[in-house]
Design a protein around this ligand. Structure first.
Ligand code: UD1
Length: 363
């Protein structure tokens, strides 16, 4: 079987790692196309080296741009790649512009396409990711759902026949990395945060949080006012908007640092007292690693993380009284059991088996 993975952005590289390993272990041919949506070394190269992912076979170099420009550039370039490679499956990951381009190009070229992380929904139609995941699910041939909840969403949209429960491949890579980190070194805070003291780990990059100057300033103000150090890992979008709007990031409790390679991120979550984020992946990583998470969004696709108070949604923290916000963000880890709603860490093998079976059955 020949599988062609289309990736472009950081979270997809994390998911690609266990899938690439499982495809190789099963003796299948695998081609990797990197659209170049993320091009900074911090968001791309360090994931290939750190997670032992084979180098991409094709780099499209689409770079940044408006949604139309970015998606369109990838779409145009992929037609040619698909025509040349003719894989048995095109595999797309998640909800980015690269994913939508990969799915659309595959379906138009007549190639079977599978969507890993199908069925996630925020029901927030202002999010570009929501457009991308709904459209991708409706054009893909095989919907690899990470959770029972995702399976239900797809069934409600009339897509049950194409849906299979695969589990979440992020669990595979997160738990494996956790074990490696714990075996190799004591979990360490990011640079700039004093060792041995409780701190929070924070990220913000969603357009809904970064692209309005007043909201961005208020959110950074809320982090700056917390009573313990906040290690803010600065995504390029956040850096660019903060510069443009004149919002100082490094103030009060906030210590800024660059985005971390995956193993260092896992080490930082383990060393932290909790996480404040708007990232989908980090909400789940906090949950898997047993740290309380506060999500700066009105909703989450990963609703299972909310059970037992492991994750809490606080869309406008600057509107809360300061002490209440501090108690919330720095709350201790709940006692509630977390269960294993995202699977047991063997999802990548299941993904490969489903591709084999469904491919043999005619895609
Ligand atoms: C994208 C995904 C989002 C994912 C996130 C993870 C879409 C619509 N969004 O959001 O689902 O959670 O990646 O990081 O696909 N930039 C750089 N260097 C880079 C990449 C981006 O400087 O390597 C800057 C550019 O100014 C760019 C901006 O960041 O315009 C945003 O990048 P973009 O790919 O549009 O979206 P993300 O916010 O990264």
């Amino acid at each position: 079987m020949k599988v062609l993975s289309v990736v472009g952005a950081r979270p997809q590289l994390v998911k690609l790692a266990p899938v690439a390993a499982a495809l190789s272990a099963a003796g299948h041919r695998h081609r990797i196309v990197h659209t170049g949506q993320h091009y900074d070394a911090d968001l791309s190269d360090v994931f290939f080296s750190g997670l032992s992912i084979p180098d991409p076979d094709v780099r499209l170099g689409v770079g940044s741009g408006s949604h139309g420009v970015q998606t369109g550039a990838a779409l145009a370039a992929l037609d040619e790649v698909f025509a040349e490679e003719r894989p048995d499956w095109v595999l797309v990951y998640g909800d980015t512009n690269s994913t939508l381009a990969g799915a659309l190009s595959a379906v138009k070229t007549g190639l079977p396409v599978a969507h890993l992380e199908a069925g996630l929904r925020s029901f927030n139609r202002r999010m570009p990711e929501e457009h991308n995941r709904v459209l991708t699910d409706h054009c893909a041939d095989l919907l690899l759902a990470p959770t029972e909840e995702a399976v239900r969403h797809l069934a409600r949209e009339g897509l049950a026949a194409r849906t299979r429960l695969a589990g979440d491949v992020m669990v595979d890579v997160c738990l494996r990395t956790r074990d490696e980190v714990l075996a190799a070194r004591p979990a360490a805070p990011p640079a700039g945060v004093p060792a041995g003291r409780p701190f929070l780990l924070a990220t913000l990059h969603r357009p809904g949080n970064t692209d309005d100057p007043a909201r961005l300033a208020a959110l950074i103000g809320a982090l700056a006012g917390l009573p313990l150090p906040v290690a803010l890992l600065v995504h390029p979008r956040l850096a660019a908007r903060a510069r443009e709007y004149g919002v100082e990031l490094a103030r009060g409790s906030v210590r800024v640092s660059r985005p971390l390679p995956y193993a260092e991120l896992v080490a930082a979550v383990l060393a932290s007292a909790g996480v404040v984020t708007d990232s989908g992946g980090l909400q789940k990583e906090a949950f898997l690693l047993g740290r309380p998470c506060t999500t700066v969004r009105p909703e989450t696709e990963w609703v299972e993380t909310l059970d037992g108070g492991w994750n809490m949604l606080v869309p406008d923290p600057y509107e809360l009284p300061r002490d209440r916000w501090a108690r919330l963000a720095a709350r201790p880890a709940p006692r509630a059991a977390r269960g294993a709603p995202y699977g047991d860490g063997s999802a990548a093998g299941r993904v490969v088996r489903l591709l084999e079976e469904e491919g043999a059955a005619g895609g």
